[in-house]
Ligand binder design. Structure first.
Ligand SMILES: *[C@@H]1O[C@H](CO)[C@@H](O)[C@H](O)[C@H]1NC(C)=O
Ligand SMILES: *[C@@H]1O[C@H](CO)[C@@H](O)[C@H](O)[C@H]1NC(C)=O
Ligand SMILES: *[C@@H]1O[C@H](CO)[C@@H](O)[C@H](O)[C@H]1NC(C)=O
Length: 219
């Protein structure tokens, strides 16, 4: 009886020690950002050096498309519709009928575009305790420690985004993804005014190309 207990503890003790030591010797791995859901809708509040925007973001990786509907404060409502083949339509739906068609060498941001970001620790932002990552000196990304939802990010330009809503699985109906007919003819007019406002917005590729940053680094 006694020898049975003894032999059992002889077996268990080394095991307990090795478990203990392995957890001491190997540091816990840094947390990694949750990949983006393949489809979601988010309302973002953006601040670019005091220029405010509300962005309706419809991320739809499944269908190879991404939509930023950008309301500038007391200003233009801009539609930025991006397809995964690199074509973007940036337009207004008012009487000016502005549209600009752009081509990018890269498509819609991949759901795992934050892979390889450096974990910087935890910080409270907007009242949420977040893990913070930095990706190639371009973006600092804050994700809720508990829910893993994005809360906030800031670009190297100082432009910030506060995530106001995050609806996983929400999809914008197909007819809304149709660029207006004037995007398909003489689209070169008024391009400068449109592109200037577009440059100030969030995670779309125009935003990523602000300054001399090479967007390919994020992919
Ligand atoms: C930010 O806004 C201030 C005040 O309007 C302006 O003086 C400054 O040049 C702006 N900075 C940048 C980087 O645009
Ligand atoms: C990319 O796809 C969109 C939507 O289907 C289409 O309008 C556009 O012409 C395509 N661009 C190219 C370069 O094929
Ligand atoms: C951006 O980087 C990619 C890959 O490193 C390179 O192929 C491309 O030529 C660069 N583009 C510019 C405009 O520097």
């Amino acid at each position: 009886m006694g020898s049975k207990v003894k032999s059992l503890s002889l077996l268990i003790l080394p095991l307990a020690f090795s478990l203990c030591f392995s957890s001491l010797s190997s540091k816990p791995a840094d947390p990694t950002p949750a990949p983006w859901p393949h489809q979601f809708h988010s309302i973002l509040f953006m601040d670019n050096n005091g220029s405010l925007q509300v962005v309706d973001l419809w991320y739809d990786w499944t269908n190879g498309r991404n939509f930023n509907i950008i309301q500038n404060q007391l200003g233009k409502l801009l539609y930025d519709l991006e397809w995964d083949n690199g074509t973007s339509y940036i337009y207004t739906l008012d009487s000016n009928k502005e549209c600009r068609v752009l081509h990018f060498p890269v498509g819609v941001l991949r759901p795992n575009w934050l892979e390889g970001a450096t974990h910087l620790g935890q910080q409270e932002v907007d009242g949420f305790l977040c893990n913070v990552w930095q990706k190639v000196d371009f973006i600092w990304y804050y994700e809720d420690v508990i829910t893993k939802r994005p809360v906030y990010w800031v670009f190297y330009t100082g432009m910030t985004a506060h995530v106001m809503t995050f609806e996983v699985g929400a999809v914008l109906e197909d007819p809304k993804w149709q660029a207006p007919v004037y995007c398909f003819k003489e689209s070169e007019k008024k391009e400068n005014t449109v592109i200037k406002s577009v440059v100030s917005h969030g995670l779309s590729r125009e935003g990523l190309m602000t300054g001399s940053f090479n967007v390919s680094m994020l992919y």
